[in-house]
Design a binder for this molecule. Structure first.
Ligand code: HCA
Ligand code: CU
Length: 399
């Protein structure tokens, strides 16, 4: 199936609040909400106003920002919690109730009949208040199909706009997600389907993709994937996945806002952007091997699937390692405005390789070496050891 219209429900301020290192202040939440809105996510999910007095206060303050994104609280299926949320002024409600045997037994102790009746009643209550309503069967991927059908039939009958299928414990495979979402897509043709995927086995992006291919209309993300345990589908990772298949799928978002957004949330939770984070990791476009940089210099798409300009990102070609090739040295010399013969370029390249077998070189050292060579002071036999070099020692080693 081709991917149709979809929305991103960003849950950095809800699922992300459950991340071990997150402790958002009101200002943090405002900053993050603004940055998410600037990127263009369609929904910003918040922790329940019933969680704490500040949670209630912040729901109102975030609504007051007047963002394009819909502000939506995440609630238990409970009339008091819903009423409190409605008092804050929200007009989209996300509710959930555990539908798996595990959660029935060890979390809330309720039967499927009770859950269906309660979910339908609360859905009607919200619809009567004029709200957009989503109901999730928490732990859907460990819930029995007949139990999900029973509960979702009841909320669909009650007028729900969207059903939610969370892989709460991150155990689903992409094929399984595709099967389950496809089945509900057929069962409830006019109803939106939201998918929320934990990353316990590293499948959160692949599973979100599978859900979209099967007809999901809403995908939950958080910035950098932060959330309970090791988190959920990362916003940037999902964008990377979609862009790589078809750029037009993400044309509605301001892609240049992704890096500042990832940096903002990383700073707010006190982490660095992980090295293996798609797109915005500091090493995401770092190329070293001479064979690669040679091709990259001719055509970046040889080893990159993203047009970096679209994201406001830049690449780094290593020039201070034994695996580099002559082309990167030649290109660097040109960037520095230096003219060197092919022979000298070859010798300088070999010098860098030989030296970097012995010590860790810096890019600045390579630049200094190129300047020395351009000034006619290159003597390869010296190997520019620290003792023999006219280049300051401080440039030899990475600090
Ligand atoms: C939670 C669990 C949840 C809910 C997702 C949803 C999950 O923290 O309440 O409401 O769709 O992973 O099941 O995040
Ligand atoms: Cu979750």
């Amino acid at each position: 199936m081709t991917i149709g219209a979809f929305s991103i429900v960003d849950s950095t301020l809800r699922e992300g609040e459950q991340f071990a290192y997150a402790r958002f202040t009101t200002k943090d939440k405002q900053d993050i909400a603004r940055a998410l809105d600037a990127f263009g996510v369609e929904y910003i999910e918040l922790s329940s106003p019933a969680s704490s007095p500040i949670s209630m206060q912040d729901t109102k303050l975030l609504l007051d920002l007047g963002l394009r994104a819909k502000i939506v609280p995440h609630l238990r299926c409970d009339r008091k919690d819903i009423s409190l949320a409605l008092d804050s002024g929200v007009r989209v409600i996300h509710m959930m109730f555990g539908t798996s045997a595990q959660l029935q037994m060890f979390s809330h102790g309720k039967t499927i009949d009770y859950i269906a009746a309660r979910a339908a009643e609360m859905t009607r209550f919200c619809k009567d208040e004029g709200c957009e309503v989503r109901f999730s069967g928490e732990d859907a991927f460990r819930s029995r199909t007949e139990d999900l059908d029973r509960v979702f039939d009841a909320v669909v009958e009650a007028g729900v706009d969207r059903i939610g299928l969370p892989d709460t414990v991150g155990r689903a495979t992409p094929f399984e997600v595709h099967d389950v979402v496809s089945r509900f897509r057929k069962r409830y043709p006019g109803i939106q389907i939201e998918f929320h995927c934990h990353n316990d086995t590293g499948c959160a992006i692949a599973n979100a993709w599978a859900a979209l291919e099967a007809g999901a209309t809403h995908i939950d993300t958080t910035v950098l994937g932060i959330g309970e345990r090791n988190g959920i589908t990362p916003l940037g990772g999902l964008i990377a996945r979609l862009y790589a298949v078809d750029r037009s799928l993400v044309a509605k978002y301001d892609l240049k806002q992704l890096k500042p957004l990832d940096e903002l949330v990383a700073a707010k939770v006190g982490i660095s952007i992980p090295f293996n984070n798609p797109l915005t990791s500091p090493t995401a476009f770092f190329h070293r091997a001479g064979i690669h940089t040679n091709a990259i210099l001719r055509a970046p798409e040889s080893y990159e699937i993203f047009n970096l300009d679209d994201f406001g990102l830049t690449r780094t070609l290593d020039r201070a390692h034994r695996l580099i090739g002559k082309n990167v040295i030649k290109s660097r010399a040109a960037e520095l405005g230096l003219t060197l013969s092919e022979d000298i370029l070859y010798e300088v390249t070999w010098e860098i390789k030989t030296m970097s077998d012995q010590e860790r070189l810096t890019p600045e050292f390579v630049d200094a070496l190129l300047r020395e060579a351009a000034a006619g002071r290159f003597r390869s036999s010296m190997h520019f050891t620290q003792e023999g070099s006219t280049i300051p020692n401080s440039l030899h080693k990475e600090k």
